[in-house]
Design a protein around this ligand. Structure first.
Ligand SMILES: Cc1cc2nc3c(=O)[nH]c(=O)nc-3n(C[C@H](O)[C@H](O)[C@H](O)COP(=O)(O)O)c2cc1C
Length: 375
């Protein structure tokens, strides 16, 4: 069973992570984890904290030299922007955990809530996801992501006609992770305007998971459905307000005869589809097609022109406190979402092919492949 925990505050000394369930004998390349952390830090529209931080992971346990032992892997990332957030925050920000959190945890200061609720924690999720990506790559599974829209500015990609021709890795060449360079240009102008005028922006990201074998996840119990697991992991990312799989919410516009992927068979391909409207999951089970997930992020809630709130001591109307904050973090969200997808897919993958060593998991995987090849 794959599971993880994180600890640490946004401006505390360090972020801590523990990842359990990765089999023994998997070689871990620390440089790759640092590379993933640097991908999360990039992105047009982020705050100048990204110039302060230079995230690097330290792996404290679970490896013998560079190879997993099967023991929990513990990770540390230093915060460089530590200790800069010591004030009393008595003016909770709308759109944050501040007010509900300080009442729930009986705090007199929103600082103790926001320091943990901050998306800084997603740096550790990115590191943990990077290890899961290394694990999945042993089975040919690859994860891509790109930004579909910033606010109402959308990439113009005809997904369902040219899906197989799109090179999703091109997103890595764009500071906004947009494949459509015309849309990227307009989106950057809008973000610049956001900096000038003091408003923030949300957007939509697409995650594509390739080469997932047929049969991950299950229809037999609610909590084993792969779409359910993915939805929970995506929704757990701060700021994410909607998750879609395949056609997602636009499916309501189609009649049933046009909203399902017809099934074909040929000697050389076996079963195959000509479309992927289901986004690679049917009945909670992967069907062998690309898994396609879209997530929508709300505009960043911290405002440079603060919204109305109430002072929690005097109960008088005031303005929410403000601090250094991103104008748009959708590009970074896309890397965090890749990480969360890697964790969820690894979890479901291990549920199916479980083993304590990589050799055992690979045996189970190959046996199953031999079986599915004959179906
Ligand atoms: C990568 C990333 C960066 C973020 N940066 C900020 C930020 O700088 N300022 C801010 O107010 N919110 C930021 N957020 C969003 C908040 O963390 C989030 O809206 C808040 O914790 C409340 O959670 P909720 O929106 O899910 O209700 C960021 C989210 C992500 C994923």
């Amino acid at each position: 069973m794959i599971r993880f925990l994180t600890a640490g505050e946004s401006h505390g000394d360090k972020l801590i992570g523990i990842l359990e369930g990765i089999p023994s004998n998997l070689k871990i390349n620390k440089g790759y984890i640092d590379y993933e952390l640097s991908r999360r830090q990039k992105g047009y529209g982020r705050s100048d904290r990204m110039n302060i931080e230079s995230d690097k992971v330290q792996i404290v346990s679970g490896l013998d030299e560079k190879v997993t032992t099967g023991a929990p892997i513990s990770l540390v990332i230093d915060n460089l922007a530590k200790g800069t957030n010591n004030d009393d925050y008595l003016q909770p920000r709308p759109g944050h955990a501040d007010l509900a959190g300080l009442i729930k945890y009986n705090q007199l200061n929103a600082k103790n809530i926001l320091e943990r609720a901050s998306a800084r924690e997603t740096a550790m999720r990115t590191a943990i996801g990077a290890i899961c990506k290394i694990f999945l790559s042993e089975f040919g599974i690859k994860i891509f992501s790109h930004v579909i829209s910033i606010s109402d500015i959308e990439s113009n990609i005809d997904y369902y006609k040219s899906w197989s021709e799109i090179d999703f890795s091109l997103a890595d060449n764009s500071t906004l992770r947009m494949i459509d360079s015309d849309a990227e240009k307009i989106a950057k102008e809008r973000i610049d305007f956001g900096y000038e005028e003091g408003f923030t922006l949300g957007g939509k990201v697409e995650i594509i998971i390739k080469n997932v074998p047929i049969g991950i996840g299950s229809h037999i119990q609610w909590d084993r459905r792969l779409d359910g697991k993915i939805a929970q992991s995506m929704m757990s990312i701060p700021g994410v307000k909607a998750v879609e799989i395949g056609l997602g919410e636009t499916i309501k516009n189609y009649h049933g005869n046009l909203s399902n992927d017809e099934i074909f068979y040929s000697e050389d391909k076996g079963y195959y589809r000509k479309t992927n409207l289901a986004g690679g999951i049917e009945g909670g089970i992967s069907n062998g097609e690309d898994i396609v997930v879209r997530i929508t992020m709300k505009p960043i809630p911290t405002q440079q022109k603060p919204l109305k709130t109430v002072n929690i001591i005097t109960k008088e109307e005031t303005k929410a406190f403000t601090q250094r904050s991103d104008v748009c973090a959708v590009a970074s969200l896309s890397i965090v979402a890749e990480a969360m997808a890697a964790i969820s897919i690894s979890e479901a993958f291990m549920e199916k092919f479980s083993g304590d060593s990589m050799e055992e998991v690979k045996r189970n995987f190959i046996n199953y492949q031999n079986y599915t090849d004959k179906r």
